[in-house]
Ligand binder design. Structure first.
Ligand SMILES: [Zn+2]
Length: 168
């Protein structure tokens, strides 16, 4: 059975990267847009024809060549491929970061999903989105070696967890 809960209007802290704390986001300013949100965890991939090219975990970094934690899953594709929301949620971040490029963070109540290196974002902070909704386009923004989407699942503490169990 699907749960319906009202998102807390408390201030929550969202960081763009685990070691770098960004400004807290006050969900109260989303209040006009916050309705009863269907709280469902992501269970699809963010691209139409998912081609996983890099898994979650330690790997040799593609640019620096040293072992480094890969905090998400990379899906290969072409610049301009549509990126889809993997569950219903509210957009809590849509902006640019030096490494992640153009990224989007969506809160789904118990977890959030994160999409990086986009060429374009179609959404704005505070917007409610549905599962399968087109939220942006794949690209090469930020530090990348080629066109792909870097996809993360984060827990309540904004810590990245393995997205594999959130894919069908
Ligand atoms: Zn990645």
């Amino acid at each position: 059975m699907k749960r319906l809960i009202l998102l807390s209007l408390a201030t929550i802290s969202i960081a763009a990267a685990p070691k770098k704390q960004s400004a807290a986001i006050d969900l109260r300013r989303f209040a006009p847009n916050l309705q009863r949100l269907e709280c469902v965890d992501p269970d699809i991939s963010p691209t139409k024809k998912p081609k996983m090219v890099s898994k979650f975990g330690f790997r040799s970094h593609p640019i620096f060549g040293i072992p480094k934690m890969h905090t998400g899953i990379d899906f290969d594709g072409k610049t301009g491929d549509t990126i889809f929301a993997t569950a219903p949620g509210v957009i809590v971040q849509s902006k640019y970061h030096n490494s992640y490029g153009n990224f989007i963070l969506i809160d789904h109540c118990s977890v959030s999903s994160f999409y990086a290196h986009l060429s374009k974002s179609f959404v704005h902070v505070g917007q409610l989105v549905t599962k399968h909704q087109a939220i942006g386009l794949m690209g090469t923004s930020g530090s990348v070696t080629g066109s792909h989407v870097h996809y993360e699942i984060r827990d309540k503490n904004n810590k990245q967890i393995n997205p594999i169990k959130y894919l069908k």
